[in-house]
Design a protein around this ligand. Structure first.
Ligand code: ADP
Ligand code: MG
Length: 240
């Protein structure tokens, strides 16, 4: 579903990604971890074309992201992305948040979009909040709405960038539960997270990044029991 081959990216003279190579098969769940500043966000933003890269290739479901002929808005409509800070539209109700891209980007009717939005809201346990505004919901609830909004687009895969790191601790699990359910339903997922419990339970593979490079790309069993690099060993010792 996602192929990343020798991807390098510079900001001026600073190399933020160094020859990154990995792939995510259909239905696979990959956790990406590593120290702050190691390039995790940049890598997943490259996958849906939110960040350009200078060399290498990324192919998502047969579409080359770096090809100037690729229609990036079309690609982004099919790749769900969930950020740390939810990024809901504050001036729109939850229902409007769920419907807008379905109508504007996919051309669905308002009714169809509302219907789909409500079904997904129900699925993340928030149907009762449909008429509210984002500011009236807790962080955990807003993040579940953000996930429902991404799912409303029928994505072929989902990218998560630290979806729980802005949440109070008591709200982390409600979001991880939704992600776990998605994973069990067969969604292809690339998740930047430091929730190692989630990684152990749900991930198929764990990628560890350091200073712009993919230092480890292993089954979770190998990663947790026997990380190859010292850098990953240090990282795990600090966060586990
Ligand atoms: P992570 O998500 O692992 O914390 P990022 O991908 O956000 O790391 O950032 C990787 C590195 O790239 C950091 O050193 C960061 O300061 C740098 N960086 C990110 N965005 C920019 C930018 N727009 N211009 C210059 N440097 C940037
Ligand atoms: Mg980041």
């Amino acid at each position: 579903m996602i192929q990343i081959a020798n991807v390098s990216k510079h900001y001026g003279s600073f190399q933020v990604l160094k020859e990154c190579t990995t792939s995510v098969a259909k239905g696979e769940v990959i956790v990406v971890c590593g120290p702050s500043g190691s390039g995790k966000s940049t890598l997943i933003k490259c996958v849906n074309g939110l960040e350009p890269f200078q060399s290498g290739e990324i192919i998502v479901d047969g579409t080359s992201v770096g090809d100037p002929k690729t229609n990036l808005s079309k690609l982004r409509a099919r790749v769900g992305m969930v950020f740390q800070n939810f990024e809901l539209f504050p001036h729109m109700s939850i229902t409007q948040n769920l419907a807008i891209a379905q109508v504007k980007v996919l051309g669905r009717s308002q009714d169809e979009a509302m219907d789909k939005g409500l079904k997904l809201l129900d699925r993340v346990g928030l149907k009762a909040h449909a008429a509210k505004y984002p500011g009236q919901l807790s962080g955990g609830q807003q993040q579940r709405v953000a996930i429902a909004r991404a799912l409303a687009m029928d994505p072929i895969c989902m990218l998560f960038d630290e979806p729980t790191s802005a949440l109070d601790p008591e709200m982390v699990n409600e979001v991880l539960d939704v992600m776990t359910e998605l994973a069990h339903e067969g969604m292809t997922m690339m998740c930047v997270t430091h929730e190692m419990g989630f990684a152990k339970r749900v991930a198929d593979r764990v990628i560890f990044m350091d200073q712009g490079a993919i230092v480890e790309d292993d089954s979770k069993e190998t990663f947790f029991a026997n990380p190859r690099s010292q850098r990953a060993q240090h990282f795990l010792a600090k966060i586990l």
